[in-house]
Design a binder for this molecule. Structure first.
Ligand code: HEM
Ligand SMILES: *[C@@H]1O[C@H](CO)[C@@H](O)[C@H](O)[C@H]1NC(C)=O
Ligand SMILES: *[C@@H]1O[C@H](CO)[C@@H](O)[C@H](O)[C@H]1NC(C)=O
Length: 336
């Protein structure tokens, strides 16, 4: 009996250690594949080092979990999950950090630097910055009470960035729902992915400038005036005036701003979605409305869909094999 159990354990570990070849072929469009055990032999402590770095940063600044989760999204939507978002401007390209979505907004770069430094000490030129972002997104989710998932790994880092890609591909909070749906579709993500991934807005902050438009004179942008809960709107106007206070911060989920849960969907059902892009999930399409209601009523379903969809997002056009490189510093490409 013992022997049987032992050999089963051995078999199970062998099976899980093998790259999922057959599934992988369809996992992304570039023929490469990712799998969670990618660093098991080359850098066995990789996941532990990322976890410690994220945990330390989160303990110092509880918002950091949200910021790191968002970085993975802003990376993947521009040229795939290749850490292009982390590059500073150079002689050959402009940094994505200057895009509409990222300027005065994206944060967490120092945390990634610190994690990369620790990884370089442990196993030089082995763990990609793109994989650090994917792991940090998972760890941030877990640290704030959200679901765990095994992160497929083996992404390599880009040799460039795309400022225009960052401006064009990442949805804006005043985009219409059809525009947002199209931007997700272009990345291979469907309606379920869209609604589930937007549940990320259960943590973190937005600046006044990201939603002011809907407090004053919103016209024809997908949200009929009055859909925003009146008391909530008054509260927001107090610290987000008609002009000035652009950088004032507001919780995306004021009920439980540091907890990864389904409160975001409950807020939307109550007419208290902070961004126009949040609220229109409920007001502009029966299909997304039904998903919002399901997630508001079923946290487990939300967690299950979120984990599946973020793995899917993490699979957007990764560089694998000999494409790209493993950067030594996440902010710049290696010397060639
Ligand atoms: C329709 C799609 C989306 C739109 C329009 C959108 C828009 C925004 C905006 C405007 C902010 C506030 C930025 C600021 O004012 O500084 C924000 C924050 C955030 N977003 Fe999204 N987002 C979208 C999808 C996503 C997805 C797919 C994720 C993650 C998978 C995500 C994660 C976050 C997080 C965690 C924050 C808070 C960041 C922090 O506190 O540093 N968002 N988003
Ligand atoms: C969306 O917001 C941007 C930035 O504030 C603004 O330039 C643009 O005109 C807005 N678009 C619409 C359709 O309101
Ligand atoms: C909306 O804009 C019009 C003119 O642009 C202005 O007269 C009106 O007071 C504004 N309404 C609100 C609620 O801000």
């Amino acid at each position: 009996m013992m022997k049987l159990a032992m050999s089963f354990a051995l078999l199970a570990s062998l099976v899980t250690a093998l790259p999922p070849l057959c599934l992988a072929a369809s996992a992304n469009t570039n023929g490469g594949f990712l799998y969670p055990q990618f660093y098991d032999h080359t850098c066995p402590k990789a996941q532990q080092i990322v976890w410690s770095g994220v945990a330390k940063a989160h303990a110092k600044d509880p918002r950091m979990a949200a910021s790191l989760l968002r970085l993975h999204f802003h990376d993947c939507f521009v040229k795939g999950c290749d850490a292009s978002v982390l590059l500073d401007s150079s002689g050959t390209f402009l940094s994505e950090k200057r895009s509409h979505a990222n300027l005065n907004s994206a944060r967490g770069f120092e945390v990634i630097d610190e994690i990369k430094f620790a990884l370089e000490k442990e196993c030089p030129l082995t763990v990609s910055c793109a994989d650090i972002l994917a792991l940090a997104a998972r760890d941030s989710t877990v640290l704030t009470g959200g679901p765990y998932w095994a992160v497929p790994l083996g992404r390599r880092d880009s040799l460039g960035a795309s400022l225009s890609g960052s401006n064009n591909n990442i949805p804006a909070p005043n985009n219409t729902l059809p525009t947002i749906i199209t931007k997700f579709k272009l990345q291979g993500l469907d309606l379920v992915d869209l609604v589930a991934l937007l549940g990320s807005h259960t943590i973190g902050d937005a600046r006044c400038t990201s939603f002011r438009q809907r407090l004053y004179n919103q016209t024809g942008n997908g949200l009929p005036d009055g859909t925003l809960n009146a008391a909530y709107a008054a509260e927001l106007r107090a610290r987000c005036p008609r002009s000035g206070g652009d950088q004032n911060l507001f919780f995306l989920d004021p009920v439980s701003p540091f907890k990864f849960d389904n409160q975001y969907y409950k807020n939307i059902v109550a007419g208290k979605g902070l961004l126009n892009s949040d609220q229109i999930l409920f007001t502009r399409s029966a299909a997304t409305m039904a998903l919002v209601e399901q997630y508001a009523n079923n946290n487990e379903l939300f967690f299950d869909h979120f984990a599946k969809s973020i793995v899917k997002m993490g699979n957007i056009a990764p560089l694998t094999g000999s494409r790209g490189e493993i950067r030594e510093h996440c902010r710049k490409v290696n010397h060639h």
